[in-house]
Design a protein around this ligand. Structure first.
Ligand SMILES: Cc1ncc(COP(=O)(O)O)c(C=O)c1O
Length: 373
């Protein structure tokens, strides 16, 4: 990866000659889309996460949107979700006229608190969109129990969590349909891209039709049996995905090692809270390394110093309900989800990617330490 000398970027992909070779093969084959690589990518991915079916799509957002369609979310349906996530988590059902109902988060895991979800259920609730934020698995059993009790759809936004495990089994193998994303800052990338896993053959067939302009299994190119989208991934990107899957275990191991080094370098820094640790039921897949600082002022002082030192960062994550379009559209304001809002004011993503080297991490720790000491 080309980078400015002395600078530490926030993230970066982990690709090499293997992906180049696979992409070249596709380009030379003449089948750039709707070719064999997409099916192959889906099969390999499904096997990797232990899901019976996987449907590749053009982005994580597209995958989430399609699951909102298959869940039958329509105008005026309430959908309960977490405020502490990327905007697409809520946008996916807003596209269908769903109304966001934000349930506050657990301050430790930063995932939605099932008690807040239960308290938010009304007669208009249609679905729950849960998120495995920063790769830490959400409380799937508790959420599934709420969904079953009230007859709701449960969608797992695992866009940040490929490789994470809940109660000893990978996300994707768990039952609720899940979505994974492949933007270049993710564990694996296809440039842009996403994957939906499902345990229902019927849903899988529907997803493949919906992503392909509503075409049916039978019938011709110009026959559309339902309202569909162009959410296809092409064979070039599927080829990159296949190359990434070949090295995914290596990627996971390297990312875990990078996270462990940060743990060791940062553990004694005053006022720096480290990411919530794994336990018997939750195994994180490292997507980003996000610390919490004592307050927003400290975070902004760290950011000013990082800028001077050319160290990458991001204010992961603003609360979705306080985004300008959400305030305007629904009248949401501060105080709705205090735990999420507090986290949003204090959390900071440090440079984190598969090939991040120890000396760069030492520099990040030193600069961070110089501000908080
Ligand atoms: C939690 C979460 N949901 C959804 C998405 C959307 O994925 P994509 O950018 O592939 O559309 C992302 C990706 O950034 C994400 O982090």
């Amino acid at each position: 990866m080309k980078q400015e000398v002395g600078a530490v970027p926030l993230s970066g992909p982990y690709i090499d000659e293997r992906e180049e070779e696979l992409v070249l093969e596709v380009m030379r084959s003449g089948r750039l889309s709707l070719g064999p690589n997409v099916d192959r990518f889906e099969e390999l991915f499904a096997a990797k996460v232990g899901a019976p079916y996987a449907a590749a799509v053009s982005s994580g957002t597209a995958g989430l949107h399609l699951l909102c369609v298959t869940a039958g979310i329509g105008a005026g349906d309430e959908v309960i979700t977490t405020p502490y996530s990327f905007a697409a988590t809520a946008n996916c059902f807003v596209y269908e006229g769903g109304v966001p109902v934000f349930a506050d988060i657990d301050p430790r895991t930063l995932n939605v608190d099932p008690r807040a979800v239960e308290a938010a259920v009304t007669s208009r609730t249609k679905a729950i969109v849960a998120v495995d934020i920063f790769g830490y698995p959400c409380e799937l059993d508790a959420l599934r129990a709420i969904a079953d009790k009230h007859g709701l759809a449960l969608i797992d936004d695992s866009c940040e969590a490929l490789g994470a495990e809940y109660k000893g089994a990978p996300l994707g193998s768990q039952g609720p349909s899940a979505v994974f994303a492949f933007y270049p800052n993710k564990q694996m990338t296809t440039g842009e891209g996403g994957m939906v896993t499902t345990h229902s053959e019927e849903e899988w067939r529907l997803l493949r039709s919906l992503r392909n302009q509503g075409r049916g299994d039978e019938g011709g190119w110009l026959e559309h049996v339902r309202l569909g989208f162009n959410y296809r991934i092409d064979d070039i990107r599927a080829a990159i995905g296949i190359g990434q899957l070949e090295k995914l275990d290596e990627i996971f191991a390297l990312r875990s090692a990078v996270a462990k080094r940060y743990d060791e370098l940062l553990v004694d820094l005053p006022g720096v809270e480290l990411p919530w640790a794994d336990d018997a039921d939750h195994k994180r897949s490292w997507f980003v390394y996000v610390v919490a600082l004592p307050d927003n002022d400290t975070r902004e002082r760290v950011i000013a110093t990082f800028e001077r030192e050319r160290i990458g960062y991001n204010r992961y994550l603003p609360s979705i309900h306080l985004q300008p379009y959400m305030r305007e559209r629904y009248g949401f304001s501060e105080g709705m989800c205090p735990v999420s809002e507090d986290a949003s004011a204090r959390t900071l993503a440090l440079p984190f990617f598969t090939a991040l080297e120890r000396d760069a991490q030492e520099r990040v720790a030193e600069v961070l330490g110089s501000v908080v000491a």
